[in-house]
Write a protein that binds this ligand. Structure first.
Ligand SMILES: *Cc1c(COP(=O)(O)O)cnc(C)c1O
Length: 383
């Protein structure tokens, strides 16, 4: 059986992007593989073989899944509720970010329970009022960390922050937030907390240089060909989404298509039905704008995007059931890109790549550099 809709993951593109960031950061690269590696699935081996030194994720569950998959390098998890399975994280040697005293107490307690010190990164909020310790509470957090460290329940290995406006390198806010981060590092040092790694930059701050000069770069989007600052042309998109035609028909001018009949075909034309919809991650707000590549030509999706299907106007081409259609890809063959879909849906590429659903089969494809036609494919389950 051939899969109906397939998400091809171009491992070679992720490897090339990773090598790019490893070089750009002087090999101080933490690969951020949260949200199923931005929807790209099992990619840890590829990034670790291409220069990443450690891995960052949000939840402890994601970190434990990486350990189960055999990942041995440092893994940092930075977003957890205080009653998460912290003990399991400590036993698995997972580093934990600390945004406040409650989490620090919970981690020290868990460390005592399992008889092993936890490795923590103190997280300061440098300006976006989201995650991390508010600057006015930072001194107290450092005091508490020093106190708990004295009991041997903690190793303070890092101090981290995250910039709010790094995709706009000319924004004064970047300098202000760097100032908050540097002050937080000084406050920590004055209390004898000298972290092995200070880290501030994600993709945009790395590409634009607004977050350079520290010990680590947490890069996610860039590994998958997404540059939030729009300033790098070195990155390669790493996904191709295809589907296959279920049926086609020829309709007369004036025929209404889909729910609400709010698209009316202006002329006699052929319509093709694809079994992929917003239940598979296509943004419904891209209705009336999105296009796909059919037989080498861009064709519009017509009518509203449904949960399970879309209709494509293929003009004079009557498409045979089973024929393949490309919804997005790197763009080399004229197909729409993830960036096109993001524009059609008035969102960012990150949202398009992270929402492709479980009905779509993931296929990892490594193109051997020497022979572009040789493909090595491995099917896998989601992480
Ligand atoms: C997602 C995330 C990153 C990676 O950001 P990208 O822009 O995808 O590189 C880094 N740090 C934190 C705290 C994050 O949540």
């Amino acid at each position: 059986m051939t899969a109906t809709s397939t998400l091809l993951v171009h491992d070679d593109a992720v490897r090339a992007n990773t090598r790019h960031f490893a070089a750009l950061t002087g090999r101080r690269l933490m690969a951020v593989l949260k949200a199923d590696a931005f929807g790209h699935g099992s990619i840890a081996d590829s990034v670790l073989q291409s220069g990443a030194r450690s891995i960052g994720v949000t939840s402890i569950e994601e970190a434990l899944a990486l350990r189960r998959a055999g990942v041995r390098v440092p893994v940092l998890s930075w977003l957890n509720v205080v009653d998460s399975d912290i003990a399991a994280a400590i036993v698995a040697g997972v580093d934990l970010a600390v945004p406040g005293p409650e989490m620090l107490h919970a981690i020290a307690r868990a460390g005592r329970d399992v008889g092993r010190p936890a490795r923590v990164h103190l997280h300061v909020d440098v300006g976006m009022a989201r995650d991390g310790c508010p600057p006015e509470e930072w001194r107290a957090l450092c005091d508490l960390a020093r106190e708990l460290r004295a009991t041997d329940l903690l190793r303070i290995v890092g101090v981290m922050g995250h910039l709010s406006c790094a995709d706009r390198p000319d924004d004064d806010q970047n300098a202000r937030e760097r100032g908050v981060f540097d002050a937080a590092l000084r406050t920590a040092r004055r209390r004898g907390i000298v972290p092995a790694v200070a880290h501030l930059a994600a993709t945009a701050a790395t590409v634009t240089g607004t977050g350079t000069g520290y010990d680590l770069h947490r890069v996610g989007a860039g590994l998958f060909g997404i540059d939030p600052s729009g300033t790098s042309d070195a990155l390669r998109p790493a996904l191709t989404l295809t589907s296959r035609v279920v049926s086609s028909r020829v309709v007369a001018a004036g025929t209404g298509v889909g729910y609400g009949l709010d698209h009316v075909v202006p002329r006699r034309t052929a319509l093709a039905l694809l079994p992929v919809g917003y239940g598979d991650g296509l943004p419904r707000t891209a209705s009336h704008r999105a296009e796909v590549l059919v037989r080498g030509r861009r064709r519009p999706i017509v009518g509203r995007i449904s949960m399970d299907m879309v209709v494509v106007d293929t003009g004079d081409d009557r498409i045979r059931p089973g024929e393949s259609v490309t919804l997005f890809g790197p763009g080399d063959g004229g197909e729409p890109t993830v960036a096109d879909w993001a524009r059609w849906a008035d969102t960012i590429p990150h949202e398009i790549v992270t929402r492709i659903g479980s009905r779509v089969a993931r296929v990892h494809r490594t193109t051997a550099p020497a022979a572009e036609t040789h493909h090595q494919e491995t099917r896998h389950d989601r992480l």
